[in-house]
Design a protein around this ligand. Structure first.
Ligand code: ATP
Ligand code: MG
Length: 426
């Protein structure tokens, strides 16, 4: 059950006299007339600005979600420090931490001198009153779950409260042309009292994610009304805060040894940026009963499909074998272009044939066993060349002659398996 305020919908109580007098007509304007592009507020942290589509848009509301302790407050404090030093008026409202805690974090990050105005407050009305008189250009609310509106009796953090508070803050952002950044907690399934209800109201939703055991963090745009949504920003968490990583491929391939069977470098794309990472497969005899299939960092259903294609179209018998698949470095891939790399890793492990250590693989496999072309192959090949790779296994493409590295094109998954069989025979 979700509590709703009994009076008029939130925000419309203060009905202005205009409503009573004349009926509000519908004002129509031309789509074609000029609207200037809004200036963007750049934080100077490239990885963050790119994910936002080139900086924060004034008057937009942005939700930054993420698991507990992943570094949301750290990221926003660092970004706000940059903005504040560029003479933007920045207010950081912490509902979770005391002023001293925020100060201590700023000190650790070396940002104590930044002209950020801090407040520790959880009452929505007090916050809005304060913001109206201060007229900031950027506000951070850390976090939306701690706020409460006196319109509702529900506890802070409940869906009703989160939604009501977010609605008011989004209205404030639009009306005062102020960028509002809302921090939201998510649980693993992204549901409980979660920012999910807020996602529809805000202009952009950024998720900050990462494996706790790894130092790097990924900022992902899952919704953006002012830019593309498939961009990622990569950061490394250290004791002096988050450091942007401008060349993530090097990070994800770091520590890769000589070619072993089952290890394949996948030339992937994250948004507009190519990203190379290692996919590892291990095919082992099943001890007993039903063989195990375990996948980390990729979609299990997609792996089942690739296995079915390998079994029925390429004559590889995997029915009595355990299969483990891992994307090294804790990265999560969701591109169909990884199909061919996964197939190559599994076949390489099953036949115990290492692939060329200086080669990358990408391509989508269809159920018929055909290998289908994927987008942006030029960027993928360029990135591979930049990192010292000299060949690629890839779908047929018309501009292969101009490729920066040698492309061994395969038209079907069967061709790939034949190629590996031939290498095993040598
Ligand atoms: N002294 C320190 N040295 C190195 N890293 C630290 C230190 N203190 C905190 N961290 C890092 O910062 C992370 C916490 O950052 P932060 O408080 O920004 O996360 P958060 O997402 O805002 O968490 P919460 O969900 O509690 O608000 C820790 O998980 C840790 O990785
Ligand atoms: Mg925090």
């Amino acid at each position: 059950m979700v509590e709703e305020a009994a009076s008029a919908p939130l925000g419309t109580q203060a009905t202005t006299p205009r409503r009573k007098g004349r009926a509000a007509g519908l004002e129509l304007v031309d789509l074609g007339s000029e609207s200037p592009n809004p200036p963007r507020l750049c934080s100077g942290i490239d990885e963050l600005d790119r994910v936002c589509g080139g900086g924060f848009v004034p008057g937009s509301a942005i939700l930054v979600g993420g698991d507990p302790g992943i570094g949301k407050s750290t990221l926003l404090l660092q970004a706000m420090a940059k903005l504040a030093s560029d003479s933007a008026r920045v207010i950081y409202v912490s509902g979770e931490e005391a002023i001293d805690q925020v100060r201590r974090r700023a000190k650790r990050l070396g940002l104590s001198e930044s002209p950020i105005a801090l407040a520790s407050e959880t009452s929505l009305n007090s916050i809005l009153d304060g913001l109206k008189s201060e007229q900031p250009s950027v506000v951070v609310i850390d976090s939306i779950q701690t706020l409460w509106s006196d319109q509702l009796t529900a506890a802070p953090g409940t869906v009703a409260q989160v939604r009501a508070c977010a609605q008011e803050l989004v209205r404030f952002a639009k009306k005062r042309n102020c960028t509002v950044l809302l921090v939201g907690h998510v649980t693993k399934d992204g549901q409980i009292a979660g920012p999910r209800v807020v996602e529809h109201m805000v202009d952009a939703v950024l998720y900050f994610e990462g494996e706790r055991s790894h130092q790097f963090r990924i900022l992902r745009a899952v919704k953006n009304r002012f830019g593309p949504t498939d961009e990622i920003g990569v950061f490394e968490m250290g004791d002096t805060g988050l450091r942007p990583i401008s060349n993530p491929s090097a990070l994800f391939l770091d520590g890769r040894g000589d070619a072993a069977s089952g290890s394949v470098v996948f030339a992937g794309m994250e948004g507009t940026r190519p990203l190379l990472c290692e996919i590892q497969a291990l095919v082992a005899p099943a001890a007993f009963g039903t063989p195990r299939r375990a996948v980390v960092g990729w979609d299990g259903g997609r792996m089942a499909m690739v296995l079915a294609v390998l079994e029925s179209r390429c004559g590889i018998d995997l029915s009595k074998r355990d299969i483990f698949l891992n994307v090294a470095g804790g990265l999560k891939i969701n591109e169909p272009a990884a199909d061919l790399a996964v197939a190559a890793a599994i076949v390489s492990s099953a036949l115990d044939v290492p692939l060329p250590s200086k080669g990358v693989v990408y391509g989508e496999i269809s159920l018929s066993g055909d290998v289908r072309p994927v987008g942006r192959s030029e960027s993928r090949l360029k990135e591979a060349a930049k990192l010292g790779f000299d060949q690629a296994i890839a779908p047929n493409a018309s501009d292969d002659e101009r490729a920066p590295i040698r492309v061994n094109s395969v038209a079907t998954a069967y061709e790939l398996v034949q190629g590996l069989h031939a290498m095993a025979g040598e």
